[in-house]
Design a protein around this ligand. Structure first.
Ligand SMILES: C[S@@+](CC[C@H](N)C(=O)[O-])C[C@H]1O[C@@H](n2cnc3c(N)ncnc32)[C@H](O)[C@@H]1O
Ligand SMILES: [Zn+2]
Ligand SMILES: [Zn+2]
Length: 683
């Protein structure tokens, strides 16, 4: 029997339309996968569509089944690259037994917590306990005086990176513009704030204005100009121009930062931009000694892990960042250290783990790599906005506990991430395609129970089994799973573990095992800048998938790549592990934020669902000719355009390469087809 997903008429347009809708507010629509950061999360509706397509027969109507309740209690699905657990959660909602594994402990822990036990009463109680205790201490670190000398909360402190001039050694502020705060839509709301280069006062200006007169010192300056332009800086003391990196290289310690402004919340709830005062500078110095004392007295334990050279870490290391704790200033280390300690002392184990995961998510917004997006949007641009570790020249320090008007704060993420996730778990919903925008309830509540015995011994319906480790040696029993649905890393894309170490540096502080590794990096992680290396590691995981999958089972995964070598690497891994590609379906994916420049003009907005079977178990499948595979790719492109998708060259390319994989016997075949594929995509 063929399953719906094996057939050309699998309604990928319908899935794409849902995905498109979900992608606008994914953390609102499926908050259960957004408790913690992970990179390249997939859209839940796509995985619900895939899972249904893998069990419904070819006569089923996905468009109605999608919104029905299901219970595929006898089917075990396995995801060897589970990431943030999208497949596992969606499979659970549909009643499957779900097995998930990931090599990265940060991913594995976040899925365990997100899908595991959460007792609302205990969590709320723990939150109140934290808020009344450590919350007050942390909030106190962010207090100052407003322009009328009344006590106020500080929402954000503004810092600028300084480097010593290579000519005269005087510190040079790396401002590229004196405007440090503006609206996210400056054309509509041009009011901005600038810092005077002569006296340091803060004044309102209009965005784009070429000249401003400082109301304090009376000097005239261009608010849009700074002392640095791209890679070059200019010293005002000795007039020398120099490359920023040359100044940075002088030291092997992280650069210095200067505190220059703040945004405060007055007692009447108004926001005010102000220059820093001597009180602010004293308070910061005070935090430094408080931190020293807290460490000395054992009230705070800070991360000790160091950065290791790698594709993503190199840039930060070039700026002298050697330890992960160097990413934070001393007040952040104090606030985070106190909060971390208080959470790790919570009595209820499940609540403690939930809050440790929430805390870990908070780190992303509260470090010296975060920047200011401006007003009119979630004010803090977190450090991973571009999947890289780029030192920030004008970082923003947010109030860690937060005020009702804060972004990226612990109290804010408690509401926007944790409370939302809990609500979704109680009543999971599907996005509707109807005109009234009403979501429908179709799944029972999440069980809140996760098993970590591995391999699973008995498989009870709807149970979730999770493990952390290399999926090329999954330890699962031979032919024990019915279905594999996954999303492998894409060649040359995110270097998960290099980035995840930022979180792991804090997470490992609460692991009891002394032998824990000093990094989440592993030579077995499927990622490599070398095509052969990537392909070989992916093949090893697929080979294990072949072993654990029942003969009649499907292996289905999503993939995309803009270059032919990404597809060649994939073809080699699939065919080399004993699978063949039966069909492929394009679906709307998220735009990649970490797009290389070469791809920015032709962004990929599609993922290709690759539907595979074990080659030695397929009896009645007839491989299409290359002409037929290309024709089928064109039909798919026409169908996508039919639902209003505007396709780029790279979109056409991924559909064509994906489809060519149905027509090849060996990866070398793809070499001879590359030229044709490029011509067809360009046409
Ligand atoms: C593209 S991500 C999966 C994202 C996921 N679909 C989601 O929605 O979050 C790929 C995952 O594969 C994991 N991974 C890489 N090599 C692995 C290996 N050898 N064994 C298990 N997991 C691996 C990475 O840690 C990463 O989390
Ligand atoms: Zn100089
Ligand atoms: Zn001035």
């Amino acid at each position: 029997m063929a399953f719906l997903i094996e057939r050309d008429d699998f309604p990928f347009e319908f899935v794409s339309q849902l995905a498109e809708k979900e992608s606008w507010r994914k953390e609102i629509h499926r908050p259960v996968y957004y408790l913690h950061k992970w990179w390249a999360k997939r859209l839940g509706s796509v995985f619900r569509g895939i899972l249904l397509g893998c069990v419904l027969d070819d006569t089923a109507d996905l468009k109605s089944e999608f919104f029905e309740a299901h219970s595929f209690a006898d089917v075990t699905v396995y995801d060897p690259f589970m990431g943030s657990g999208t497949t596992i959660g969606e499979a659970h909602k549909l009643g499957f037994t779900a097995l998930g594994r990931d090599i990265n402990p940060v991913a594995a822990e976040s899925v365990r917590v997100s899908l595991g036990r959460m007792d609302k009463t205990s969590i709320e109680k723990a939150y109140t306990q934290l808020s009344d205790g450590v919350g007050e201490q942390v909030r106190d670190l962010y207090r100052s005086l407003d322009s009328d000398s009344r006590p106020c909360d500080v929402l954000y402190y503004f810092w600028v990176m300084q480097v010593p001039c290579v000519g005269c050694s005087n510190p040079v502020d790396l401002f590229s513009s004196r405007v440090f705060a503006r609206n996210a839509y400056p054309k509509r709301k041009p009011l901005a704030h600038a810092v005077c280069p002569s006296c340091g006062d803060v004044l309102p200006v209009l965005y784009g204005q070429g000249e401003a007169i400082c109301h304090s010192c009376g000097k005239t300056f261009n608010p849009m100009a700074g002392q640095v332009k791209g890679a070059k800086a200019h010293c005002q003391s000795c007039d020398k121009a120099f490359r920023v990196i040359d100044a940075v290289r002088v030291n092997d310690t992280p650069p210095d930062y200067r505190l220059y402004a703040k945004l405060i919340l007055t007692q009447s709830g108004e926001k005010e931009y102000l220059p820093v005062s001597s009180i602010d500078l004293e308070r910061y110095q005070e935090c430094r000694s408080l931190l020293d004392n807290a460490i000395h007295e054992g009230r705070v334990t800070l991360p000790t892990l160091t950065l290791r050279d790698g594709f993503n870490t190199r840039q930060a290391m070039g700026y002298g960042f050697q330890r992960w704790r160097d990413f934070f200033n001393d007040r952040q280390l104090l606030g985070l250290g106190l909060l971390h300690r208080a959470i790790s002392e919570l009595e209820d184990e499940a609540s403690r783990d939930v809050f440790l995961t929430l805390f870990s998510g908070v780190l992303e917004f509260n470090n010296m790599f975060a920047s200011y997006k401006g007003e009119g949007t979630g004010a803090v641009r977190h450090m991973f906005a571009h999947h890289i570790l780029k030192p920030e020249r004008t970082p923003i320090e947010a109030n860690i506990w937060g005020t009702p008007k804060s972004s990226g704060a612990f109290s804010g993420l408690y509401r926007s991430r944790l409370l939302r996730a809990m609500k979704y778990r109680e009543c999971p919903k599907e996005l509707s395609m109807g005109p009234r925008n009403e979501d429908s309830d179709s799944s029972p509540p999440f069980s809140g129970s996760v098993e970590t015995d591995w391999p699973p011994i008995k498989s009870t319906p709807r149970s979730i089994y999770l493990s952390c480790g290399d999926s090329s040696v999954s330890e699962l029993l031979d032919k024990s799973v019915d279905l594999i649905v996954t999303d492998p890393p894409f060649f040359d894309n995110v270097h998960y573990s290099e980035l995840a170490d930022f979180f792991y540096a804090w997470q490992e502080l609460t692991l009891d095992n002394n032998s824990d590794p000093a990094s989440t990096r592993s030579s077995r992680e499927v990622q490599d800048s070398d095509r052969e290396g990537f392909s070989e590691k992916l093949r090893a995981v697929f080979t294990d998938c072949h072993r654990v999958l029942k003969d009649e089972g499907l292996l289905v995964f999503t993939y995309h790549h803009s270059r032919d070598d990404g597809w060649k690497a994939l073809a080699k891994a699939i065919l080399g592990s004993g699978f063949i590609v039966i069909n492929t379906h394009p679906v709307k994916s998220e735009m990649s934020v970490a797009m290389p420049k070469t791809q920015a003009k032709e962004p990929i907005q599609l993922d290709i669902i690759m539907v595979c079977r074990k080659s030695d178990s397929v009896t009645d499948y007839v491989k299409p000719s290359v002409e037929l595979a290309l024709k089928s790719a064109q039909d798919k492109l026409i169908r996508l355009e039919g639902v209003g998708l505007n396709l780029s060259l790279n979109d056409r390319r991924v559909v064509i390469y994906g489809n060519l994989l149905t027509a090849i016997e060996s990866a070398c075949d793809l070499d001879s087809m590359t030229k044709t594929a490029e011509q067809v995509s360009a046409a």
